[in-house]
Design a protein around this ligand. Sequence first.
Ligand code: 2RA
Length: 330
Amino acid sequence: MKVAVVGATGLVGTKMLQVLAERNFPVTELIPVASEKSVGKEVEYQGKKYKVVSMTDAIAAKPAVALFSAGGSTSLEWAPKFAAAGITVIDNSSAWRMDPAKPLVVPELNADILTATDKIIANPNCSTIQMVVALNPLHKKYGIKRLVVSTYQSVTGTGVKAVDQLMNERKGIQGEMAYKYPIDLNVIPQIDVFLDNGYTKEEMKMVNETKKIMRDETIRVTATTVRIPVMGGHSESVNVEFAQDFDLNEIRSLLSSAPGVVLVDDPANAQYPMPKDAHEKDEVFVGRLRRDESQPNTLNMWIVSDNLRKGAATNAVQIAEYLQQKGLLS
Ligand code: 2RA
Protein backbone atom coordinates (compact mmCIF):
# COMPACT_ATOMS: atom_id res chain seq x y z
CA MET A 1 0.00 0.00 0.00
CA LYS A 2 1.26 3.48 -0.88
CA VAL A 3 1.39 5.64 2.24
CA ALA A 4 2.09 9.38 2.42
CA VAL A 5 3.28 11.08 5.59
CA VAL A 6 2.65 14.81 5.38
CA GLY A 7 4.89 16.78 7.72
CA ALA A 8 7.39 13.92 7.61
CA THR A 9 10.29 15.98 8.97
CA GLY A 10 8.51 17.20 12.15
CA LEU A 11 8.47 15.55 15.59
CA VAL A 12 5.12 13.79 15.03
CA GLY A 13 5.86 12.99 11.36
CA THR A 14 9.15 11.35 12.32
CA LYS A 15 7.32 9.35 14.99
CA MET A 16 4.68 8.31 12.42
CA LEU A 17 7.45 6.83 10.24
CA GLN A 18 8.89 5.02 13.26
CA VAL A 19 5.50 3.62 14.31
CA LEU A 20 4.55 2.53 10.76
CA ALA A 21 7.81 0.58 10.58
CA GLU A 22 7.57 -0.90 14.08
CA ARG A 23 4.01 -2.13 13.53
CA ASN A 24 4.87 -3.53 10.09
CA PHE A 25 2.17 -1.52 8.39
CA PRO A 26 2.07 -2.93 4.83
CA VAL A 27 3.83 0.01 3.16
CA THR A 28 4.81 -0.79 -0.44
CA GLU A 29 5.85 2.76 -1.20
CA LEU A 30 6.47 5.57 1.24
CA ILE A 31 5.80 9.13 0.14
CA PRO A 32 7.25 11.62 2.63
CA VAL A 33 5.82 15.10 2.18
CA ALA A 34 6.82 18.40 3.73
CA SER A 35 6.76 22.13 3.14
CA GLU A 36 8.48 23.54 0.04
CA LYS A 37 11.64 24.35 2.01
CA SER A 38 12.11 20.67 2.90
CA VAL A 39 11.38 19.25 -0.57
CA GLY A 40 14.41 17.27 -1.76
CA LYS A 41 15.62 16.52 1.79
CA GLU A 42 15.82 12.85 2.71
CA VAL A 43 14.10 10.88 5.46
CA GLU A 44 14.94 7.35 6.46
CA TYR A 45 12.37 4.56 6.61
CA GLN A 46 13.31 0.96 7.38
CA GLY A 47 16.94 1.63 6.52
CA LYS A 48 16.16 3.23 3.15
CA LYS A 49 16.35 6.89 2.22
CA TYR A 50 13.32 8.58 0.68
CA LYS A 51 13.23 12.04 -0.91
CA VAL A 52 10.70 14.48 0.51
CA VAL A 53 8.20 15.56 -2.16
CA SER A 54 5.71 18.41 -2.50
CA MET A 55 1.97 18.18 -1.78
CA THR A 56 1.13 18.25 -5.49
CA ASP A 57 3.55 15.40 -6.27
CA ALA A 58 2.16 13.39 -3.35
CA ILE A 59 -1.41 13.69 -4.68
CA ALA A 60 -0.21 12.69 -8.16
CA ALA A 61 1.40 9.56 -6.63
CA LYS A 62 -2.08 8.52 -5.38
CA PRO A 63 -1.34 6.95 -2.00
CA ALA A 64 -4.20 5.00 -0.41
CA VAL A 65 -3.74 6.87 2.85
CA ALA A 66 -2.02 10.08 3.96
CA LEU A 67 -1.08 10.66 7.59
CA PHE A 68 -1.06 14.43 8.10
CA SER A 69 0.85 16.25 10.80
CA ALA A 70 1.44 19.60 9.21
CA GLY A 71 -0.65 22.05 11.23
CA GLY A 72 -4.22 23.29 10.96
CA SER A 73 -3.96 25.75 8.08
CA THR A 74 -2.03 23.31 5.86
CA SER A 75 -4.59 20.67 6.62
CA LEU A 76 -7.53 22.98 5.87
CA GLU A 77 -6.01 23.77 2.50
CA TRP A 78 -4.65 20.35 1.48
CA ALA A 79 -6.68 17.59 3.13
CA PRO A 80 -9.73 18.28 0.88
CA LYS A 81 -7.48 18.10 -2.20
CA PHE A 82 -6.11 14.71 -1.12
CA ALA A 83 -9.64 13.56 -0.30
CA ALA A 84 -10.93 14.70 -3.69
CA ALA A 85 -8.27 12.48 -5.29
CA GLY A 86 -9.67 9.49 -3.36
CA ILE A 87 -6.89 9.49 -0.73
CA THR A 88 -7.96 8.88 2.88
CA VAL A 89 -6.47 11.53 5.15
CA ILE A 90 -5.86 10.88 8.85
CA ASP A 91 -5.21 14.33 10.22
CA ASN A 92 -3.42 15.12 13.45
CA SER A 93 -4.25 18.85 13.50
CA SER A 94 -7.28 20.39 15.18
CA ALA A 95 -8.69 21.59 11.83
CA TRP A 96 -11.42 18.96 11.39
CA ARG A 97 -11.93 17.55 14.86
CA MET A 98 -15.15 19.32 15.73
CA ASP A 99 -16.60 19.24 12.20
CA PRO A 100 -19.80 17.20 12.70
CA ALA A 101 -19.26 15.53 9.31
CA LYS A 102 -15.77 14.28 10.19
CA PRO A 103 -15.13 11.29 12.46
CA LEU A 104 -12.88 11.94 15.47
CA VAL A 105 -11.43 8.56 16.28
CA VAL A 106 -9.68 6.70 19.07
CA PRO A 107 -9.76 3.10 17.83
CA GLU A 108 -10.29 1.57 21.30
CA LEU A 109 -13.53 3.58 21.58
CA ASN A 110 -15.18 4.40 18.29
CA ALA A 111 -13.46 2.99 15.19
CA ASP A 112 -16.84 1.38 14.41
CA ILE A 113 -18.10 4.74 13.10
CA LEU A 114 -15.63 4.65 10.17
CA THR A 115 -16.85 3.96 6.65
CA ALA A 116 -15.20 3.87 3.21
CA THR A 117 -16.70 7.28 2.44
CA ASP A 118 -14.81 8.98 5.29
CA LYS A 119 -11.95 10.60 3.42
CA ILE A 120 -10.88 13.01 6.17
CA ILE A 121 -10.59 11.44 9.60
CA ALA A 122 -9.48 13.50 12.59
CA ASN A 123 -6.94 12.27 15.14
CA PRO A 124 -7.81 13.80 18.52
CA ASN A 125 -5.64 16.00 20.70
CA CYS A 126 -2.97 14.08 22.63
CA SER A 127 -4.22 14.99 26.10
CA THR A 128 -7.76 13.96 25.15
CA ILE A 129 -6.75 10.59 23.67
CA GLN A 130 -4.99 9.28 26.76
CA MET A 131 -7.80 10.40 29.04
CA VAL A 132 -10.64 8.78 27.07
CA VAL A 133 -8.76 5.50 26.59
CA ALA A 134 -8.58 5.18 30.38
CA LEU A 135 -12.09 6.48 31.07
CA ASN A 136 -14.05 4.53 28.48
CA PRO A 137 -14.33 1.20 30.38
CA LEU A 138 -15.37 3.08 33.53
CA HIS A 139 -17.94 5.18 31.67
CA LYS A 140 -19.53 2.02 30.24
CA LYS A 141 -19.87 0.51 33.70
CA TYR A 142 -20.74 3.44 35.96
CA GLY A 143 -21.66 6.36 33.67
CA ILE A 144 -19.48 9.47 33.97
CA LYS A 145 -21.30 12.63 35.08
CA ARG A 146 -18.41 15.07 35.42
CA LEU A 147 -14.64 15.26 34.91
CA VAL A 148 -12.20 17.72 36.46
CA VAL A 149 -8.82 17.34 34.76
CA SER A 150 -5.47 19.05 35.29
CA THR A 151 -2.67 18.23 32.87
CA TYR A 152 1.12 18.21 33.15
CA GLN A 153 2.22 18.30 29.52
CA SER A 154 5.57 17.52 27.96
CA VAL A 155 7.39 20.10 25.83
CA THR A 156 7.35 17.59 22.94
CA GLY A 157 3.66 18.51 22.50
CA THR A 158 4.78 21.94 21.27
CA GLY A 159 7.39 20.62 18.84
CA VAL A 160 11.10 20.63 18.24
CA LYS A 161 11.54 24.34 19.03
CA ALA A 162 10.27 23.75 22.57
CA VAL A 163 12.52 20.73 23.07
CA ASP A 164 15.42 22.93 21.96
CA GLN A 165 14.35 25.71 24.34
CA LEU A 166 14.32 23.34 27.31
CA MET A 167 17.68 21.78 26.43
CA ASN A 168 19.28 25.18 25.74
CA GLU A 169 18.07 26.50 29.08
CA ARG A 170 19.53 23.43 30.80
CA LYS A 171 22.90 24.10 29.16
CA GLY A 172 22.75 27.86 29.78
CA ILE A 173 22.64 28.59 26.04
CA GLN A 174 20.68 31.64 24.84
CA GLY A 175 18.48 30.35 22.01
CA GLU A 176 15.14 30.83 20.34
CA MET A 177 12.14 30.75 22.69
CA ALA A 178 9.15 28.53 21.86
CA TYR A 179 7.36 29.84 24.95
CA LYS A 180 6.94 33.37 26.28
CA TYR A 181 8.68 32.29 29.50
CA PRO A 182 11.53 29.98 30.51
CA ILE A 183 10.30 26.38 30.79
CA ASP A 184 13.16 24.82 32.73
CA LEU A 185 12.58 25.06 36.50
CA ASN A 186 9.15 26.47 35.67
CA VAL A 187 5.53 25.52 35.00
CA ILE A 188 3.42 27.44 32.47
CA PRO A 189 -0.36 27.32 32.99
CA GLN A 190 -1.10 28.15 29.38
CA ILE A 191 -1.22 25.75 26.43
CA ASP A 192 -2.29 27.38 23.17
CA VAL A 193 -4.16 30.69 23.08
CA PHE A 194 -6.75 32.03 25.52
CA LEU A 195 -10.38 32.13 24.42
CA ASP A 196 -13.12 34.58 25.45
CA ASN A 197 -14.32 32.28 28.26
CA GLY A 198 -10.92 32.44 30.01
CA TYR A 199 -10.00 28.87 29.08
CA THR A 200 -7.22 28.04 26.63
CA LYS A 201 -7.86 26.31 23.31
CA GLU A 202 -6.14 23.17 24.67
CA GLU A 203 -8.55 23.14 27.63
CA MET A 204 -11.60 23.46 25.40
CA LYS A 205 -10.26 20.69 23.14
CA MET A 206 -10.39 18.39 26.15
CA VAL A 207 -13.96 19.47 26.92
CA ASN A 208 -15.38 19.20 23.41
CA GLU A 209 -13.40 16.28 21.99
CA THR A 210 -14.14 14.08 25.01
CA LYS A 211 -17.90 14.38 24.45
CA LYS A 212 -17.61 13.72 20.71
CA ILE A 213 -15.35 10.65 21.03
CA MET A 214 -17.32 9.19 23.94
CA ARG A 215 -20.57 9.91 22.08
CA ASP A 216 -22.08 11.49 25.15
CA GLU A 217 -22.88 15.21 25.23
CA THR A 218 -24.08 14.97 28.83
CA ILE A 219 -20.60 14.45 30.31
CA ARG A 220 -19.51 17.69 31.98
CA VAL A 221 -15.80 18.43 31.66
CA THR A 222 -13.59 21.19 33.04
CA ALA A 223 -9.85 21.34 32.35
CA THR A 224 -6.67 23.19 33.32
CA THR A 225 -3.79 22.43 30.96
CA VAL A 226 -0.21 23.11 32.02
CA ARG A 227 3.19 22.83 30.36
CA ILE A 228 5.98 21.36 32.46
CA PRO A 229 9.68 20.75 31.74
CA VAL A 230 9.49 17.03 30.90
CA MET A 231 10.09 15.06 27.70
CA GLY A 232 8.59 11.60 28.10
CA GLY A 233 4.87 12.20 27.91
CA HIS A 234 1.83 13.95 29.27
CA SER A 235 0.43 13.30 32.76
CA GLU A 236 -3.09 14.04 33.97
CA SER A 237 -4.80 14.20 37.32
CA VAL A 238 -8.45 13.33 36.69
CA ASN A 239 -11.33 13.58 39.15
CA VAL A 240 -14.25 11.51 37.89
CA GLU A 241 -17.79 11.72 39.24
CA PHE A 242 -19.94 8.74 38.29
CA ALA A 243 -23.72 8.44 38.11
CA GLN A 244 -23.56 5.48 40.49
CA ASP A 245 -21.29 4.13 43.18
CA PHE A 246 -18.32 1.99 42.23
CA ASP A 247 -16.12 -0.66 43.68
CA LEU A 248 -12.41 0.18 43.64
CA ASN A 249 -11.41 -3.43 43.01
CA GLU A 250 -13.80 -3.61 40.10
CA ILE A 251 -12.32 -0.36 38.72
CA ARG A 252 -8.87 -1.98 38.94
CA SER A 253 -10.06 -5.07 37.14
CA LEU A 254 -11.88 -3.04 34.42
CA LEU A 255 -8.72 -1.02 33.81
CA SER A 256 -6.49 -4.11 33.85
CA SER A 257 -8.47 -5.67 31.03
CA ALA A 258 -9.13 -2.49 29.03
CA PRO A 259 -7.49 -2.35 25.59
CA GLY A 260 -4.46 -0.07 25.49
CA VAL A 261 -4.40 0.48 29.27
CA VAL A 262 -1.72 -0.63 31.74
CA LEU A 263 -2.53 -0.38 35.45
CA VAL A 264 0.44 0.71 37.59
CA ASP A 265 -1.08 1.18 41.02
CA ASP A 266 0.89 -0.09 43.97
CA PRO A 267 1.36 2.82 46.36
CA ALA A 268 2.86 0.59 49.07
CA ASN A 269 5.80 0.00 46.74
CA ALA A 270 5.78 3.54 45.29
CA GLN A 271 4.55 2.20 41.93
CA TYR A 272 2.62 4.70 39.82
CA PRO A 273 2.82 5.93 36.22
CA MET A 274 5.50 8.49 35.36
CA PRO A 275 6.35 10.09 32.01
CA LYS A 276 9.89 8.67 32.14
CA ASP A 277 8.42 5.15 32.10
CA ALA A 278 5.77 5.91 29.46
CA HIS A 279 8.35 7.27 27.01
CA GLU A 280 8.41 5.27 23.73
CA LYS A 281 5.48 3.09 24.86
CA ASP A 282 2.13 2.88 23.09
CA GLU A 283 -0.05 2.24 26.13
CA VAL A 284 -1.87 4.55 28.51
CA PHE A 285 -0.69 4.06 32.11
CA VAL A 286 -3.10 4.53 35.00
CA GLY A 287 -2.53 4.65 38.74
CA ARG A 288 -3.09 6.53 42.03
CA LEU A 289 -6.65 5.20 42.06
CA ARG A 290 -8.50 6.36 45.13
CA ARG A 291 -11.94 7.40 46.24
CA ASP A 292 -12.53 11.15 46.43
CA GLU A 293 -13.62 11.35 50.05
CA SER A 294 -15.07 14.84 49.62
CA GLN A 295 -18.11 13.72 47.63
CA PRO A 296 -20.00 10.52 46.71
CA ASN A 297 -19.38 8.32 43.64
CA THR A 298 -16.14 10.08 42.77
CA LEU A 299 -12.73 8.69 41.85
CA ASN A 300 -9.28 10.25 41.57
CA MET A 301 -6.88 8.86 39.02
CA TRP A 302 -3.53 9.63 37.39
CA ILE A 303 -3.08 8.98 33.67
CA VAL A 304 0.23 9.08 31.77
CA SER A 305 1.06 8.39 28.12
CA ASP A 306 3.67 9.22 25.50
CA ASN A 307 1.99 12.14 23.73
CA LEU A 308 3.92 11.62 20.48
CA ARG A 309 2.91 7.96 20.33
CA LYS A 310 -0.61 7.13 21.60
CA GLY A 311 -1.32 10.87 21.71
CA ALA A 312 -0.48 11.29 18.01
CA ALA A 313 1.45 8.86 15.77
CA THR A 314 0.33 5.52 17.20
CA ASN A 315 -3.33 6.53 17.28
CA ALA A 316 -3.13 7.69 13.64
CA VAL A 317 -1.44 4.44 12.55
CA GLN A 318 -4.01 2.39 14.51
CA ILE A 319 -6.78 4.18 12.56
CA ALA A 320 -4.97 3.33 9.30
CA GLU A 321 -4.63 -0.30 10.44
CA TYR A 322 -8.36 -0.48 11.17
CA LEU A 323 -9.24 0.98 7.76
CA GLN A 324 -6.87 -1.41 6.03
CA GLN A 325 -8.09 -4.48 7.94
CA LYS A 326 -11.74 -3.62 7.23
CA GLY A 327 -11.05 -2.94 3.53
CA LEU A 328 -12.10 0.72 3.86
CA LEU A 329 -9.18 2.21 1.87
CA SER A 330 -9.34 2.73 -1.90
C1 2RA B 1 0.36 20.07 23.22
N1 2RA B 1 -1.77 19.09 22.82
O1 2RA B 1 0.81 19.25 24.02
C2 2RA B 1 -0.67 19.73 22.23
C3 2RA B 1 -0.09 18.97 21.08
N2 2RA B 1 -1.08 18.51 20.18
O2 2RA B 1 0.73 21.22 23.17
